[in-house]
Write a protein that binds this ligand. Structure first.
Ligand SMILES: Nc1ncnc2c1ncn2[C@@H]1O[C@H](COP(=O)(O)OP(=O)(O)OP(=O)(O)O)[C@@H](O)[C@H]1O
Length: 269
């Protein structure tokens, strides 16, 4: 079983991702796709006159401020535009794909974080009423039902809170939870870069391998900084949880999944 998370940054070759996923599928490889949609969401939000806002948390991480209107725009893009684009392309390439959000059949359930701490002008403040949260449970029964019946699931945030509200949740973490819950051997993260870059955006600085047992060494700790911190630490956690390897690879190329499986990109194991 392979879980592939398709990032939502500019430049993703959806056609190539779908063609590759469908051909693997037809060869009998069991596959679940999870996708993002961040850059399209930003564009649609601008166009609808509700521009994106981001909060910087005390630990330096950033997240999208998600009020009710933002959540609705997020759903339009993730569950609508991006999910259906992938399902259509997969169907065109012969895979019987089914697109589902975390809400459908309680596929991804988690805790809503209504009060979010953020930093502004050097001060820690609290933003209330946010529709964000993290996935804690995956409905593997529903996923197995689909997989066993020959469908290719295409999953997207939002998740469902315990109070049955939609919550914006991080796609990378959701993909890791799905991979762990299904006992996948490989988790692939595709985005618009060749993998993890030690000196972003210099593509020549691609990190080929991160051995999890050496993550505490300064050379590897240095990689777990800024925007990449969540990705690196999330991958380490996934491997520690039982996934054999996590590969960060390029989604701008032909056959992106096969290349990742061949070890092109950053391999965390
Ligand atoms: N050190 C780094 N190595 C690689 N990529 C980096 C690094 N620092 C920042 N990035 C950026 O991180 C982004 C991660 O891509 P990804 O598509 O997963 O975005 P995302 O915001 O997680 O998308 P979504 O939330 O829609 O899934 C890339 O677009 C890349 O440009």
């Amino acid at each position: 079983m392979i879980v592939v998370k398709v990032g939502g940054a500019e430049g993703i070759n959806y056609e190539a991702v779908a063609e590759d996923a469908a051909s693997l599928w037809k060869e009998g490889v069991r596959l679940v796709l999870v996708h993002g949609g961040s850059s399209e969401t930003n564009k649609v939000a601008e166009a609808l006159g509700h521009p994106p806002r981001f909060l910087t948390h005390p630990n330096g991480m950033q997240s999208r401020l998600t009020d009710r209107k933002t959540l609705e725009i997020f759903e339009m893009v993730y569950c609508g535009l991006v999910n259906k684009r992938l399902v259509e392309l997969l169907q065109r390439h012969g895979a019987n794909a089914v697109g589902l959000s975390g809400l459908d059949g309680r596929l991804l359930v988690g805790r809503r974080k209504t009060a979010v701490k953020y930093v502004e002008d050097g001060k820690v403040k609290v933003h209330r009423g946010d529709y964000t949260g993290s996935v804690e449970e995956v409905n593997t029964g529903l996923l197995r039902l689909l997989l066993e019946a020959g469908y290719l699931p295409v999953l997207t945030p939002p998740a469902l809170s315990y109070e049955n509200e939609a919550i914006n949740t991080d796609g990378d973490t959701a993909a890791a939870k799905v991979a762990l819950a299904l006992g996948a051997e490989t988790l692939v993260y595709l985005s618009n870069v060749p993998g993890l870059l030690a000196d972003y955006p210099d593509e020549g600085s691609l990190v080929r391998e991160i051995p999890v047992e050496r993550i505490d060494e300064p050379e590897y700790m240095a990689l777990a900084q800024g925007r990449m911190k969540k990705k690196v630490l999330g991958a380490v956690e996934a491997v520690k949880g039982g996934i054999k390897r996590v590969v960060f690879a390029d989604a701008r190329v032909e056959r992106p999944i096969r290349r990742a499986l061949a070890g092109e990109g950053t391999v965390v194991r």
